[in-house]
Design a protein around this ligand. Structure first.
Ligand code: CAA
Length: 379
């Protein structure tokens, strides 16, 4: 067993760290406050190859492994989890889904532009009444021979107004339950496709989250991903990988908060010495460091499973469940270590604390991860 990263992995990690420090850090507080999408930053991440990290070079991607992807996700998330969720959805849900299950024509039409960051994608599964209970899709895609007619509403969609390509999960045959669900590619501007109002969120406020409304949208059959009825499996398989990306995001939020707390505790003085010299603070740092190391091992193991052709449903769910809890615990403690300053936006830890919460909710809540984990160990 070799716990060392390769030279290539270290270089990629360093590139992401530099980009996060130089390009994401300036303006991150303002983007959060104004709920402003990081448009220029996404363009630059496209140029750096971060938007299609695992896409094969023949489709314009970087052709890297999942380990590289989680390293980049961690570094970006230390500074700006709004930017990293855009990267995560584009890479793990949209590009991976299209590259793995799309037709040759679909790959050629969309992947180059998605991988270069020229356009971005959105993944549309959740509905007002189908969040965790994802098989209860109310959005319908009625089969009309050479096309589908799409009707319904999707909720909490990341990249809701910024995306150009939307992967929409919808029910074609209700009788067949989850086996009657399809995944369709819908382009922005399609007649009858409306973008609903932007959500005013607790965290990841720079990412744009919207509801989407489909009113008799005509979608050609060639836009279906996989066989008829493959849509639910498509969503599950895609989300299994997505959860590794979100686990890496949670890890980054935790390690970002820890690094700030460590630095602060070596500078800030109270009772005549740096606060790190007080055991109350030193023990908090020891706990944070240990939990982050454990989360990192789970995240890297899940990525390694994916890269080596092993099943990663269980390891990805465990990584997300644990890393998101560590993100919550660590960011709360980082605010505490900063005291009054922790409550002020300029010190960044309050934003990381707000950003941490969503990692326990999206791409499957912590309770859903426990369903996946328990089913896997009990079967
Ligand atoms: N891989 C392949 N197939 C899978 C699978 C997987 N990982 N998980 C389930 N399936 C298949 C099952 O085998 C079954 O198919 P068969 O009948 O052919 O065997 C089918 O899917 C239904 O599975 P279940 O009976 O287990 O279904 P369930 O109703 O009990 O639900 C669940 C399972 C795990 C709870 C699922 O509903 C789930 O994951 N819910 C959470 C949804 C979610 O993560 N939403 C996130 C929204 S996207 C998002 O947040 C993106 C963003 O913008 C950031």
């Amino acid at each position: 067993m070799d716990f060392k990263l390769t030279e290539e992995h270290l270089l990629i990690q360093e590139a992401a760290r530099d980009f996060a420090q130089n390009d994401l850090l300036p303006g991150v507080v303002e983007r959060d406050e104004e709920q402003r999408f990081p448009e220029a930053e996404v363009k630059k991440m496209g140029e750096l190859g971060f938007m299609g990290m695992m896409v094969a070079p023949e489709y314009g991607g970087s052709g890297l492994d999942t380990i590289s992807y989680v390293l980049v996700m961690e570094e970006l998330s230390k500074i700006d989890a709004s930017a990293s969720v855009i990267v995560s959805v584009n890479n793990s849900l949209v590009c991976w889904g299209l590259e793995t299950y799309g037709t040759q024509a679909q790959k050629e039409k969309y992947l180059h532009r998605l991988a270069s960051g020229e356009i971005i994608g959105a993944f549309c599964l959740s509905e007002p009444e189908a969040g965790s209970d994802a098989t209860s899709q109310k959005t319908t895609a009625l089969d009309k021979g050479d096309h589908y007619i799409l009707n319904g509403t999707k909720n909490w969609i990341t990249n809701g107004s910024s995306a150009d390509v939307y992967l929409v999960i919808a029910q074609t045959d209700k009788e067949k339950k989850h086996k009657g669900i399809n995944a369709l590619i819908v382009e922005k501007g399609a007649e009858g496709f409306e973008i609903g109002p932007k959500e005013n969120k607790l965290g990841i406020r720079g990412s744009d989250t919207h509801s989407l409304i489909f009113n008799d949208v005509k979608v050609p059959k060639e836009n279906r991903i996989g066989e008829d009825g493959f849509g639910f499996k498509f969503a599950m398989k895609t989300l299994a990988g997505g959860r590794i990306g979100i686990a890496a995001q949670a890890l980054g939020i935790a390690s970002g908060a820890y690094e700030l707390a460590l630095k602060y505790s070596k500078e800030r003085k109270a009772f005549g010495t740096e606060i790190a010299n007080h055991q109350a603070i030193a023990f908090k740092l020891a706990d944070m460091h240990t939990q982050i190391a454990a989360a990192r091992h789970l995240v890297l193991k899940a990525a390694w499973d994916k890269d080596n052709g092993h099943n990663y449903d269980l390891s990805g769910a465990m990584a997300k469940l644990y890393a998101s809890q560590v993100a919550m615990d660590t960011t709360v403690e980082a605010v505490q270590i900063h005291g009054g300053n922790g409550f002020v936006k300029d010190y960044h830890v309050e934003r990381l604390m707000r950003d941490a919460k969503i990692t326990q909710i999206y791409e499957g809540t912590s309770e859903i991860q426990k369903i996946v984990i328990s089913r896997s160990i009990l079967k």
